[in-house]
Ligand binder design. Structure first.
Ligand SMILES: *Cc1c(COP(=O)(O)O)cnc(C)c1O
Length: 393
């Protein structure tokens, strides 16, 4: 007997499947490293966000184990009740120092950090301006805030200014990704900081993909552009990507952080992350700050890949980040190439709508410092082989 719920949703699922937009999960049976075991098979993977190769680092694992021995597993409560441990606190102080901010506040996930910050800072009567390619969590937060929500054209300062000219809101929040998650390009942060300053608006940067990867010391996109807390007052970063751990933070002024502790509901009403996870993140932050070779290695891998892909006439994006998508266009074709790669032992996910715009489906290729040049060559050879086959079809 199928219920009314099932009868309602079965056709919607069928529709998704017919449009080549159906999503399935692969079963990962190994750590997140370049060589993974998925659904019982070995693959060379280019699809994790573990850019620095720290998710499986022995120092990070050991820190987690030692802290679990000392603090147990669950934090047992929210930060404001009794769950704010000395490991969380130390991590916050280290993130603040690393990013050059007065303070930082830990959140359980990046999604929650964005939701918490945006809904705490703006509400009905205010205005929020977001790049149209912003991460879903930022867009969702903007919508949920109740502020007048507007999306401006990707990296288009004029379009943003036109929209700012038309608002009479006193609280104006501009929100962008530092590095765009599906394109790999950077936001023009110095120019955005100037626009924000001129219009008396607040600038928030989600640096999920810049933190750890960009900047001289790995502090992220703001460091890359030489911007301080004065230029970018609200900085968000995630700890589950380059940091190889889990969680997220907002960094900024003392007043910003105290305001979030009082008003950010996704901060207040949730269980604190396990203290051992915070301890593991502290170990990974130390590696991020001392092992500069990881960023140098990434640069080499990216340059090698881009040169090889250009020689194959593949459509690259304007990206110097570890996110190097190849735009395919058609949803079914992107899926087909992803399957062809899998047959050759290479795991790369086809990113399709609604994550990206219709007709811009792509292979989202990402690199990790743990990849080798030989593995990049293996990828290029497989792509060459598949593209040649498609040309002859
Ligand atoms: C991954 C990501 C998030 C969400 O972070 P989680 O910790 O995975 O919830 C937010 N913003 C951007 C740009 C991201 O890529």
């Amino acid at each position: 007997m199928s219920s009314h719920l099932d009868q309602t949703f079965a056709p919607l699922l069928a529709e998704r499947r017919a449009a080549h937009l159906y999503r399935t999960r692969k079963l990962l049976q190994s750590p997140q490293t370049p060589q993974v075991v998925v659904d019982g098979k070995n693959y060379l993977a280019f699809c994790s966000n573990d850019y620095l190769g720290l998710a499986n680092h022995p120092d990070v694992i050991l820190a987690l184990q030692n802290a679990a021995n000392k603090f147990g597993v669950g934090s047992g409560a929210s930060h404001l009740v009794a769950g704010h441990s000395s490991e969380h606190h130390a991590l916050e102080e280290e993130v603040a120092a690393f990013t050059g901010r007065e303070r930082a506040l830990l959140f359980s996930t990046g999604y929650m950090a964005n939701m918490g910050a945006i809904t705490a800072l703006v509400a009905q009567g205010d205005a929020v301006f977001e790049d149209r390619l912003n991460h879903a969590s930022l867009l969702d937060a903007g919508l949920l805030s109740g502020a007048r929500f507007q999306r401006f054209l990707h990296n288009d300062l004029e379009n943003l200014q036109t929209r700012l000219d038309k608002t009479d809101a006193t609280r104006k929040l501009i929100v962008v990704d530092g590095v765009f998650s599906m394109d790999g390009d950077c936001a023009p942060l110095p120019e955005l900081a100037a626009v924000a300053h001129k219009n008396n608006a607040w600038l928030m940067v989600d640096d999920a993909h810049g933190f750890g990867c960009l900047g001289k010391t790995g502090a992220g996109t703001c460091e890359h552009f030489g911007l301080t807390q004065g230029d970018v007052p609200i900085l968000m970063g995630t700890l589950g990507k380059a940091a190889g751990s889990f969680g997220a933070f907002i960094a900024g002024s003392e007043t910003l952080i105290e305001s979030l502790i009082q008003f950010a509901r996704p901060y207040i009403y949730t269980t604190a992350m396990p203290p051992a996870v915070a301890a593991a993140t502290r170990a990974s932050l130390r590696l991020m700050q001392t092992e500069h070779w990881r960023r140098e290695k990434l640069k080499q891998l990216i340059a090698h890949f881009r040169a090889g892909a250009q020689a194959l006439n593949l459509q690259l994006m304007h990206s110097f980040s570890p996110i190097q998508p190849i735009v395919i266009g058609d949803e079914a074709k992107a899926l087909h190439i992803s399957q062809q790669l899998a047959e050759r032992g290479i795991l790369i996910i086809a990113i399709r709508p609604p994550t990206v715009a219709a007709g811009s489906s792509r292979l989202r290729i990402t690199f990790s410092a743990e990849h080798s040049i030989a593995q990049v060559d293996q990828l290029l050879m497989a792509l060459a082989d598949i593209m040649q086959g498609l040309a002859h079809d």
